[in-house]
Design a protein around this ligand. Structure first.
Ligand code: NIG
Ligand code: FE
Length: 412
């Protein structure tokens, strides 16, 4: 099937050759073509250029995109959308003065979500999660990473990962799966962290590998959760089985986790609300993508990742939602881009690069999606009629996305 879009007001993120990621001053460059055309063939971007070179041959579908912009779909490289229930009562308690840490210490937080998930059947968990996946697709996300980590028992971690696998099979969006059993210490192992880590490594991990349930391994490396030494054990075990490391790190405290991630050639290090100069320096000239999660900063009222300082130091940065019930119950990438501009002082160009090419890299998908490049998947967005692409972050809380295409097919 061949589709032609013509009269596109501005075609964003055009890259003649696929690039891995953009860093430093290059993040402020968003290549575009004004008054452009794009063609898809069988779900793949087959051609693009200026309207003066628009092909005249016949197409199965012809779309006149006058007044609208086209861009690659958002790449959300960090989410926890498979969960059960919600944490509205904790939210209410936080407004009344309790901190995220107070709530976790009283058995709330991740353990609260784990209890709910353990009591939920796999079918019910799938039904709850697919609603969120459909919601984020409509908000323009065309590739997403989803983590386990609310199971915290062998049975329930596998349940979560099987739900992710089923979502992957049943939806046209690109999905990457991450094994995050080291998310919090379950109650049953309260005074025996070593035993829990041993269970994860010796019992659970081989089953995850056997069923091919994950490509990435993650850990919450944080004071009161898992230490740098624990991180070493988990990442080493994951790597031995071929899982690529990702990390939750420097959310509340900087304890050396960034350096551990780099040592293991982690694909990404995520959160980074608390960054020391040494953490920024360590990330220079590595293959590890720093990922900021401004939805979590907004929702918890904690620091924002120092994007300006990091980009000005020459680093790349990706943006993701962290969609989860406790610290970021929203999967709206349009809001994330607005928050990055408004609260982190990223330019619209930097934010769009961070949410497309750099997000694709943070999921290992940079060859398939994240830019308008011939041969990449036709996962793209058409905006409503807008003056400039700055309208996307400017009109925060609104959705400027009109039409969504996954594998070249319009999603209604
Ligand atoms: O990325 N920080 C660790 N994990 C999640 C939140 C977990 C929760 O509160 O349920 C995050 O923010
Ligand atoms: Fe997270």
């Amino acid at each position: 099937m061949r589709t032609l879009f013509k009269n596109i007001k501005e075609l964003l993120q055009v890259r003649d050759k696929p690039i891995s990621f953009v860093a430093g001053a290059d993040m402020n460059i968003l290549p575009t073509i004004k008054n452009a055309y794009v063609t898809f063939q069988d779900g793949i971007i087959s051609d693009f250029g200026s309207m003066s070179n628009c092909p005249s041959s016949s197409f199965d579908i012809l779309v006149d995109a006058s007044g609208r912009m086209m861009l690659p779909s958002w790449c959300d490289s960090h989410t926890h959308i498979v969960y059960s229930g919600n944490r509205e009562s904790e939210f209410s308690n936080r407004i009344r003065g309790l901190s995220y840490t107070d709530i976790a210490k009283n058995g709330g937080g991740i353990l609260n979500s784990a209890k709910k998930l353990q009591e939920t059947s796999e079918e019910e968990l799938y039904q709850q999660s697919k609603v969120r996946l459909e919601e984020v697709i409509k908000l323009g996300t065309g590739a997403i990473e989803i983590k386990s980590g609310y199971g915290l028992t062998t049975e329930s971690e596998l349940k979560m990962l099987r739900v992710i696998k089923r979502l992957k099979e049943e939806y046209p969006i690109e999905i990457k799966s991450t094994f995050l059993a080291a998310h919090a210490l379950p109650k049953a192992f309260e005074n025996n962290k070593a035993k829990y880590l041993n269970t994860v490594i010796e019992e659970l991990l081989p089953l995850v590998i056997q069923e091919k349930l994950a490509e990435y391994i993650d850990i919450f490396c944080e004071t009161g959760y898992f230490s740098v030494e624990d991180t070493d054990l988990i990442l080493k075990a994951g790597k031995k089985h071929g899982l690529i490391p990702k990390m939750h790190v420097n959310q509340f405290t900087a304890i050396g986790g960034v350096q551990k991630g780099i040592e293991y050639n982690a694909l990404s290090v995520d959160h980074l609300e608390e960054m020391r100069n040494i953490d920024i320096d360590s990330l220079k000239n590595t293959n590890t993508m720093p990922v900021a999660l401004p939805g979590c900063s907004f929702f918890l009222g904690i620091s924002y990742t120092p994007a300006r300082k990091m980009i000005d130091a020459g680093l790349p940065l990706a943006l993701a939602t962290d969609y989860n019930p406790g610290s970021a119950p929203s999967g709206n990438m349009n809001f994330i881009i607005a928050a990055a501009c408004i609260k982190m002082k990223m330019t619209p160009e930097e934010a769009i690069n961070a949410a497309t090419v750099n997000g694709a890299y943070a999921m290992g998908l940079e060859k398939n999606i994240g830019s308008i490049t011939i041969g990449k998947k036709a996962n793209v967005l058409l905006t409503k009629p807008i003056n400039s692409y700055t309208a996307i972050p400017y009109s925060f809380g609104h959705n400027q996305i009109d039409k969504i295409y996954l594998n070249g097919i319009e999603i209604s």
